[in-house]
Design a protein around this ligand. Structure first.
Ligand code: ATP
Length: 704
């Protein structure tokens, strides 16, 4: 086993000042520091929180003869013979003897130095699994240490850390051990806080996890259910809750325009609608309206399952904004969705005298300049568009409300950019606009309590009346002909259908080719129908012309890629076929399926799959088949994928939890939430030192 050579303590030079600054982890060479950085370790505390994956037990020694078989054990003895065999493979075989018996140890791919050190007479300590082999009891590739006189046994379980190439367990172990004995591990929490929750102290917990006593339960340690693990997970969740709470409080100290609610514009809009609001829509409308009337910026997440009617709620919020003399903006993640919002909103609002501007990257220059002008002089009261809305050249005259649809598809920075538009130089209003985020991917409770704890949440929990649930069918691709017949019959009786092309994630070019091929095949299969095609690479004008054709009923069968996944609303379309449904994610399937069942006629979604199915694909299809409620689907999706993938960590910019697991630790999350509130009221300094310890350099997202 290698040892750590004493290393020179280096200092790094600050680029800004040219002055030498001490390294954050003292006594470590630059190459090791680089490797530590790869592991996300840049401070002594990071080292302490670099917790073991598992442990090896080098505290108990077994006599060879009595050691249990097929499990990792520690034995020791003297080498009585060492040979190199060349058949069937070059192998170093040594015979080791203790007072109880003899054991063979075998090494393939051995080094010359090993042969030298493992010579007869040498005493060795071996860690590995004993099995019955050709010659009798044997250990293959044991961890082997040559012993001096009376080398003591380990006093605690040996931690095995996650590591990276070139950084040995021995080095990590030593660094962590050294740091444990030098770092200040004073508890950031008063005992009165953690004790009643059944948690142990911080120092005690980290020390335990790095150096568990010989009798520690390895099962509880690796499953992270041990009290020491629970303390670490609690601390992490608490830091998250504290920072979210602080963010929330900070927002309440910022200024936003109070948007009054005389309600005339809203009423005018409601009077033109062919439907009346559901109770759920009325409730969330009120929640939003109340927030808009406050002097600090609203940040509310409006959640509603697919087709639950979020758009009208957003439009009513825009009416309150406009009636108070401010502008509103709606930003959507795709051109199709943005355009659909634009059509729908201008159809509703222009008749009641509201001017709506349309802004996307693909607008002809002349139209764009005109739209920009209307946005900046305030003559456009509502701007609808894609991310083009927060580009630099856009300046709002008086932005009062920014509405962001499918918020999880935008990064934190993009959302921030739109908010800053309200405060931009030259804007008449210097306060922050209110922000309404909409999501049709319902976020499970544990997630919204955790990652969205700084937002207020409104939920439309009931669909508009008259919708019957979409019937979902799972059909093997071998029965495709039956499906084709069914679609033909339905379209001939005046129904409309989507045919969703297989998803090709690896390459846009292949995706395009697949869309074109599918279109060709489908057109040939249904010569009597008018078949259309939309895909992501189509010029926007063509795309919107095709959507308009489908909307008006001229096209009966629309071949589409997943560009139609979000927001597309054609109530007459009541059938959908999804090819290679096994390639798609759960929320994608749910969103796609949500494109049908938006009118009153019975709808169906046929998921064509190709066998054999992988276990996850089978699970996904089962979940989508058995559930129609988006919240339940999301909950199961979260379980299947974990929060990182569910939220799209990189995209959302939200730091992920390293230790806590929202599924297993929902009790700790609840406790962290109430504790955070209590601490901010009664233990402010402790709250600050806790955040300091846990967020360290990572408080970036506090500013958002
Ligand atoms: N109260 C209501 N009664 C009847 N129809 C409604 C009601 N509210 C909205 N709708 C209609 O329901 C359809 C779906 O509404 P909308 O497009 O706003 O859904 P959404 O919540 O945005 O869903 P998605 O996220 O799937 O786009 C639209 O055609 C809309 O006009």
């Amino acid at each position: 086993m290698s040892t750590v050579k004493p290393r020179k303590i280096r200092s790094t030079t600050s680029k800004d000042t040219g002055e030498a600054t001490p390294p954050l982890i003292p006594g470590v060479s630059k190459p090791t520091l680089d490797k530590l950085t790869k592991l996300g370790i840049s401070t002594p505390l990071d080292l302490i929180l670099h917790l073991p994956l598992r442990y090896e037990d080098e505290t108990h020694l077994y006599p060879i003869k009595h050691a249990p078989l097929n499990q990792t054990v520690l034995v020791e003895g003297t080498i009585i013979r060492a040979d190199i065999k060349y058949r069937p493979k070059r192998t170093l075989i040594c015979q080791v003897e203790d007072a109880s018996g003899v054991l063979f140890i075998r090494f393939l791919n051995f080094y010359g130095s090993q042969v030298q050190s493992l010579s007869p007479g040498v005493k060795v300590r071996l860690l590995g699994e004993i099995r019955y082999g050709f010659f009798g009891l044997e250990m293959v590739h044991p961890k082997c240490r040559t012993l001096k006189e009376d080398t003591p046994l380990a006093e605690c379980l040996t931690p095995i850390y996650p590591t990276t190439a070139g950084l040995s367990q021995t080095i990590l172990n030593k660094l962590i051990k050294r740091t444990l004995s030098t770092i200040d591990l004073t508890d950031s929490l008063p005992e009165a806080i953690f004790s009643p929750l059944g948690l142990s102290g911080f120092a005690e917990s980290v020390t335990y996890l790095h150096q568990p006593p010989p009798d520690a339960s390895q099962h509880h340690l690796t499953e992270k259910t041990h009290p020491a693990w629970r303390r670490i997970k609690f601390d992490e969740l608490l830091a998250q809750q504290l920072s979210m709470r602080l963010h929330y409080n900070k927002r309440h100290s910022q200024k936003a325009p109070r948007l009054k609610n005389p309600g005339q514009l809203k009423q005018q809009l409601l009077d033109t609608l062919p439907f009346s609001l559901t109770k759920a829509q009325q409730r969330v409308e009120k929640e939003i309206s109340r927030d808009l009337n406050k002097a600090h910026p609203m940040q509310r997440l409006l959640q509603g399952d697919v087709g639950s009617g979020k758009t009208i709620v957003a439009a009513l919020a825009a009416m309150q904004t406009i009636e108070s003399g401010f502008q509103a903006a709606i930003m959507a993640p795709t051109e199709i969705l943005a355009e659909q919002h634009y059509r729908k909103l201008s159809g509703w609002l222009e008749p009641i005298g509201i001017s709506v501007a349309w802004l996307t990257a693909s607008l002809p220059k002349k139209d764009k300049t005109a739209a920009l002008q209307r946005v900046s002089d305030g003559s456009a009261q509502l701007a609808v568009g894609t991310h083009a809305l927060f580009q630099e050249q856009v300046s709002f005259n008086k932005l009062g409300l920014a509405i962001i649809d499918e918020q999880h598809r935008f990064g934190v920075h993009q959302r921030l950019a739109l908010r800053m538009k309200g405060m931009a130089e030259g804007a008449a209003s210097k306060s922050q606009p209110h922000q309404l985020m909409m999501s049709a991917t319902p976020i499970p409770r544990t997630l919204s309590m955790s990652y969205y704890a700084d937002l207020d949440v409104s939920v439309i929990d009931k669909l508009p009346p008259g919708r019957s649930p979409v019937i979902t069918k799972l059909v093997a691709d071998s029965r495709r002909d039956e499906i084709i017949e069914r679609i033909r019959q339905a379209c001939l009786t005046g129904k409309q259908a989507y045919w969703v092309c297989p998803l090709i994630e690896e390459s846009e070019k292949l995706q395009l080719q697949t869309a074109l091929d599918t279109y060709q095949t489908i057109s040939q299969t249904f010569p009597e129908l008018k078949v259309g095609l939309v895909h992501g690479r189509m010029p926007n004008l063509e795309k919107s012309a095709m959507m308009a054709e489908f909307q008006s009923g001229n096209v009966q069968l629309l071949v589409a890629t997943t560009v139609i996944e979000v927001g597309v609303d054609v109530p007459n379309a009541s059938l959908m076929v999804i090819e290679h449904a096994e390639r798609m994610g759960l929320s994608q399937l749910h969103q796609l399926r949500g494109r049908v069942g938006r009118g009153t006629s019975q709808s169906a979604c046929i998921l064509l799959y190709q066998s054999p199915l992988s276990d996850t694909a089978r699970m996904r299809l089962k979940i989508i088949y058995e559930n129609t409620d988006g919240f339940e689907i999301s909950r199961q999706d979260l379980q299947l994928r974990g929060p990182g993938e569910f939220l799209g960590a990189r995209q959302s910019g939200v730091p992920m939890l390293r230790f806590a697991n929202l599924d297993q630790d929902s009790d700790l999350l609840e406790a962290a939430r109430t504790t955070a509130e209590l601490m901010l009221k009664e233990h402010k300094p402790a709250a600050e030192s806790h955040l300091q310890r846990w967020l360290n350099n990572k408080e970036d997202y506090l500013k958002v």
